[in-house]
Design a protein around this ligand. Structure first.
Ligand code: USQ
Length: 408
């Protein structure tokens, strides 16, 4: 039987939001996409475009309806600016859940200049706060599912497996050792990541004061591009970022290999990060919607990542598959030279997620897409001018020695 529950997807035109909207629509939810097309406008600002030729949102939605008979509604709205319209929309749609992707999500872009820092903070914090405030005002029991990041935990070597949001610590209370659970201490590595740690505080407060049901998904670095639904027609193709600000590391390496650019390892390549394939992203969101926290339960936090890898190992893997040259660049970021990373992610596995992990076949699929659209890549945009501090030199050629830190 059809499920006619309604879901609002904030940021439903973006890299994660678009395939998630299609998945939820195919599962029978009535989906309303809210988007101000900011990501498309940033492409114009940066003078680049998605590797894949994404179609205007209206055309995407028309094609989806022709193919499946399912209508997805679209509202052009800036949730960080237009609080009244957001509140009205929630009243009108009365959604079961709101999925919140509507944030500026690139760490390098957030570090580009004072304007980019301020835009990222204004957009992300006001947007998140407006959603929370509007849910309370609606008086409805709406489950908020937020796309957070593994980066809130930071990438020092923790010396332990990173828990799913909450840390058990021992404290001395009047001479007695007591165990308590606290939110894991925030340790953001960029202005963008900092906004996600501030979001967490907003969630903590609204959950405690207003009993809003909230799930915060601490997602790793996403790779891949297509999902079952986006593969149904060329008009549904998902975006694919590759340039220096928005491209994420593994997808970048695969595109670099396809266009004959050296693979751009920053620093030592000893940085270890958590990864997830885009097809698992959409599965996790669907699972999170189906398993909301109970009323009055604290914010539910999942680590939405399926494996961890060192950047250098990923470059070696791509080089083995493609014959690409590997180069070391002065790291534009202020981050640990290398780090270990062990994470807990049992909650999604317990809900039945069968993770997609790195395999030659899936990498080949991305290499094939990268080769098909290689002529859309402007190689001068592969290295961005974004740096974490003014004293870090800009390295366009890959002149860094592998083992020694170059930045002061
Ligand atoms: N890196 C390179 N070479 C490159 C690009 C990146 O060595 O050409 C390194 C970076 O220095 C960093 C690591 O690869 O150590 C990951 O960088 P990234 O750009 O793939 O990912 P990041 O900036 O952390 O951000 C991405 C998404 C963000 C999400 C985050 C998840 O843009 O929205 O929150 O991944 S996580 O990394 O787990 O925090």
């Amino acid at each position: 039987m059809e499920n006619r529950e309604r879901i609002i997807v904030l940021g439903g035109d973006g890299f994660c939001g678009w395939p998630t909207s299609l998945r939820l629509s195919s599962e029978g939810y009535d989906v309303v996409i809210v988007d101000n097309l900011s990501r498309r406008k940033i492409d114009v600002e940066l003078g680049c475009e998605s590797l894949t030729p994404i179609k205007p949102l209206e055309r995407r939605l028309r094609r989806w309806e022709e193919l499946t008979g399912r209508h997805i509604d679209y509202r052009a709205l800036n949730i960080a600016d237009d609080y009244e319209a957001l509140e009205q929309l929630i009243q009108e749609v009365r959604p079961k859940a709101i999925v919140h992707f509507a944030e500026q999500r690139a760490a390098p872009y957030s570090m580009k200049s004072p304007r980019h820092k301020r835009y990222t903070v204004d957009n992300n914090i006001n947007g998140t706060h407006n959603v929370l405030c509007a849910i309370v005002e609606s008086g409805l029991d709406v489950h908020l599912v937020h796309l957070g990041t593994m980066g809130v935990y930071g990438y020092g070597t923790a010396g332990m497996s990173i828990p799913e949001g909450y840390l058990t610590v021992k404290v001395d209370i009047d001479g007695d050792d007591r165990e308590i659970e606290i939110p894991y201490p925030p340790h953001p590595g960029s202005i963008y990541h900092m906004t996600k740690t501030l979001d967490a505080l907003l969630f903590y407060y609204y959950n405690k004061n207003d009993d809003i049901r909230i799930t915060d998904l601490h997602q790793g670095v996403v790779w891949g591009t297509n999902t079952e639904e986006t593969l149904m027609h060329a008009d549904l193709i998902n975006r694919f970022d590759w340039e220096g600000d928005y491209g994420t590391v593994l997808n970048r390496f695969l595109v670099q290999a396809a266009v004959g650019h050296p693979l751009t390892i920053y620093g030592s390549g000893g940085q270890t990060r958590a990864f997830i394939h885009i097809r698992d992203t959409v599965r996790c969101i669907s699972l999170a919607i189906k398993h909301p926290p109970a009323k009055k339960q604290r914010v539910k936090i999942f680590n939405q990542a399926t494996e961890t890898h060192r950047v250098r190992d990923l470059a070696d893997l791509v080089a083995r598959l493609t014959g690409a040259e590997v180069r070391y660049y002065v790291n534009p970021r202020n981050e640990a030279w290398d780090n270990e990373l062990v994470i807990h992610n049992e909650q999604f596995l317990d809900l039945g997620l069968n993770p997609i992990t790195l395999s030659d076949g899936l990498l080949q699929e991305v290499i094939e897409i990268a080769s098909r659209y290689a002529d859309r890549v402007d190689q001068s945009k592969i290295i961005a001018d974004s740096r974490w501090r003014a004293d870090i030199p800009l390295d366009r050629e890959g002149t860094a020695a592998r083992r020694e830190p170059v930045a002061a």
